[in-house]
Design a protein. Structure first.
Ligand SMILES: NC(=O)c1ccc[n+]([C@@H]2O[C@H](COP(=O)([O-])OP(=O)(O)OC[C@H]3O[C@@H](n4cnc5c(N)ncnc54)[C@H](OP(=O)(O)O)[C@@H]3O)[C@@H](O)[C@H]2O)c1
Length: 275
């Protein structure tokens, strides 16, 4: 049975996914809370999920055991200023899902004693298929570790990081990663139509192939390289295509792309920390 009250500050896309996922996992709606300045959005969430609502972020932080900061990164600082007194008094676990906001900044805005878990989910969380990396500061207890993990598991798979600096690499890989796959899907669809397939057929072939390949890779004990070799017969069609990609520097391009994303993630976090 759920023993903690969980409150979401910001009732947008991610909060709704997490709330939906938690309820599907058996969370009691009356132990979930949300606050958001948009009263229509709050009413819609209450009607859809039957959860509790708060008139202010401070009242929410005053009522729950876990606060999930689910506002846009640029709103995090002001929300922290607003709730810092309530957080000091009640000492809830603070989970941030805001991209690029470091624990050091959150601690500065909320107080050094606050137990904080910084997470980096990705957009497939919106369909409960997300990948979330988590990092906890030293104030987070073992129970709070489990609480944070079970909340983020409601929208997909989780992995803990020992070193927060790795969050930039996570952002480059799984945070931005869905866009790389979407780009590949677009490229395959267009290439298929240029080979004479109907657009709808090319799209279906692409999407189901992407889904099937990901599922096979997830369920197989073999790694991606082995699975690829298995469909690449010498002198066959796949080998012809892979040769074109590798001759054009496909892998090196991804190295460069991820390094650029990782560098940008660090720059954005630096800017956020100075805000
Ligand atoms: N969407 C994703 O897949 C994804 C992936 C990784 C990380 N994230 C992170 O998740 C966070 C939320 O993203 P989202 O896509 O859910 O954004 P969103 O849909 O814009 O939700 C944010 C919500 O917070 C509300 N809000 C604004 N100021 C507030 C305040 N002072 N107090 C309480 N609520 C306030 C917004 O209201 P208004 O619209 O009226 O401003 C909006 O309803 C972001 O920090 C983002 O970096 C999202």
């Amino acid at each position: 049975m759920q023993t903690s009250d969980i409150g979401f500050i910001g009732g947008g896309n991610m909060a709704r996914s997490l709330i939906g996922g938690l309820i599907a996992d058996g969370a009691e709606p009356q132990r979930l809370w949300v606050s958001d300045p948009d009263t229509e959005a709050v009413a819609e969430i209450r009607q859809r999920f039957g959860i509790q609502t708060c008139d202010s972020n401070t009242a929410l932080a005053d009522s729950v055991d876990v606060v999930v900061l689910a506002v846009k990164p640029q709103n995090v600082h002001s929300v922290c200023d607003e709730i810092s007194a309530a957080v000091s008094a009640r000492a809830p676990l603070l989970i941030s899902i805001a991209a690029g906001v470091r624990v050091a900044a959150l601690s500065r805005w909320l107080g050094n004693d606050v137990a904080i878990v910084r997470t980096m989910p990705n957009t497939p969380a919106l369909v409960q298929s997300g990948m979330t990396a988590l990092f906890a500061n030293d104030q987070v207890s073992e129970i709070q570790h489990s609480q944070a993990e079970s909340i983020m598991r409601a929208v997909g798979v989780t992995v803990w990081l020992d070193d927060e600096a790795q969050m930039d690499a996570v952002t480059a890989l799984s945070g931005s990663g869905p866009a790389y796959f979407f780009l590949l899907l677009e490229a395959l669809e267009h290439a298929g139509t240029r080979l004479g397939l109907d657009a709808g057929v090319a799209q279906l072939l692409t999407l189901q192939t992407g889904f099937g390949a990901a599922r096979l890779a997830l369920e197989s004990e073999d790694d991606a390289a082995v699975l690829r070799q298995r469909v690449t017969s010498p002198g066959g069609t796949t080998e012809s295509a892979i040769r074109v990609l590798q001759d054009a520097g496909f892998e090196a391009l991804f190295d460069e792309a991820l390094q650029a994303a990782c560098k940008r993630a660090a720059e954005l976090a630096d800017m956020m920390e100075k805000s």
